[in-house]
Write a protein that binds this ligand. Structure first.
Ligand SMILES: *[C@@H]1O[C@H](CO)[C@@H](O)[C@H](O)[C@H]1NC(C)=O
Length: 252
C-alpha cells in the first residue's frame, strides 16, 4: 500500500435537518458530499428526503435528477424534475457547496498531519519456555489512519503479533498499541515499523535487548527508595529504643 493511500479517505460531508411532530412522524432532509480523491474529481452531491427513516426520494448529481423510491416519492420526484431551474441549482451544489466546503474542511483538518511519537518497550521478558512480549506504541498522531508492523531481521512478522489496539485520545489525536509475542534469539534484530501520512518514510524503532533506560531508572528509583526506607526505619527504631530506655532511667 502506498503511503498516499493513507492520506486519502472516503469522506462524506453531511448536513441534516429533522422535522418531527409530537405523534412520531419524522421528515428528514440530508445533504451529502461523497468523494474519495484529493482533487475532488469524483465529487457527488446527494440530497435525500426521508419519512420515518425511509428514503422517499433522492437527488444524485451524477444522475442529474430526483429518483423516487416510494409511491409518494416517485410522484414528488416527477413534480420536482419539471423544475429545470431547481435541477440546475442542485447540479451547481457540487461546486458551490461540496467542493467549496471540502476544501475548507480538508485543509483545516484532514490534511493537517501530526507525526506519531513511537515508543518500544518490554511487557514481559522471556523466561524458560515463555516467550517475550514487546509493545510498540505510537502516540499523539493525526489523522487516524496508521499502520504498525514488526520486522525480524528485516522480515515481516505476522503470526506473532497478538493484539493491536487503536484509541482516540478525545482531543483529535490518536494512539495505537501493538503487542508482539516472540522467542528471542541472540544476534537478531527486532524492529517496529510505523507508517503514517505525516511521514514519507516509515518510522522504524529497533529493539535494544539490553535493559531499556526506563527499566534501569525504575530499578534505581526502587532500590534508592528501599535503602532510604531502611535508613528511616533503623533511625526510628534507634530513636524509639533510646527514648523508651531513657524513660526508665528517669526516676519518679
Ligand atoms: C449516484 O449515481 C451514480 C450513477 O447512477 C451512481 O453510480 C452512484 O453510486 C450514486 N452515488 C451514490 C452515493 O449513491
Amino acid at each position: 500500500m502506498s503511503l498516499l493511500n493513507f492520506s486519502i479517505f472516503h469522506p462524506v460531508l453531511m448536513l441534516s435537518a429533522f422535522i418531527g411532530t409530537a405523534d412520531g412522524y419524522y421528515h428528514n432532509r440530508m445533504d451529502e458530499c461523497v468523494y474519495s480523491t484529493s482533487d475532488y474529481s469524483d465529487m457527488v452531491y446527494l440530497l435525500s428526503y426521508s419519512f420515518n427513516k425511509a428514503v422517499e426520494l433522492q437527488y444524485n448529481s451524477t444522475v442529474g435528477k430526483f429518483v423516487g423510491f416510494t409511491e409518494f416519492g416517485v410522484k414528488r420526484a416527477e413534480r420536482l424534475n419539471k423544475d429545470q431551474a431547481r435541477l440546475q441549482q442542485l447540479k451547481a451544489q457540487v461546486d458551490t457547496f461540496c467542493r467549496h466546503n471540502a476544501q475548507i474542511l480538508d485543509s483545516a483538518v484532514r490534511d493537517e498531519t501530526v507525526l506519531p511519537k513511537v515508543k518500544l518497550s518490554s511487557v514481559k521478558q522471556a523466561e524458560g519456555n515463555h516467550p517475550a512480549v514487546l509493545m510498540c506504541s505510537a502516540y499523539d498522531f493525526y489523522p487516524e489512519q496508521i499502520k504498525v508492523s514488526w520486522l525480524r531481521d528485516g522480515k515481516l512478522m505476522t503470526s506473532e503479533v497478538t493484539s493491536t489496539m487503536k484509541m482516540a485520545d478525545g482531543d483529535w489525536y490518536y494512539q495505537i498499541h501493538s503487542e508482539l509475542e516472540y522467542t528471542p534469539t541472540s544476534g537478531e534484530k527486532v524492529s517496529c515499523v510505523v507508517e503514517h501520512a505525516s511521514s514519507t518514510q516509515p518510522i522504524v524503532k529497533d529493539w535494544n535487548p539490553s535493559m531499556p533506560e526506563s527499566e534501569r531508572n525504575k530499578i534505581t528509583i526502587g532500590s534508592s527508595g528501599l535503602v532510604l526506607g531502611i535508613i528511616i526505619a533503623a533511625a526510628g527504631l534507634i530513636y524509639y529504643k533510646k527514648k523508651s530506655s531513657g524513660r526508665i532511667l528517669v526516676p519518679n
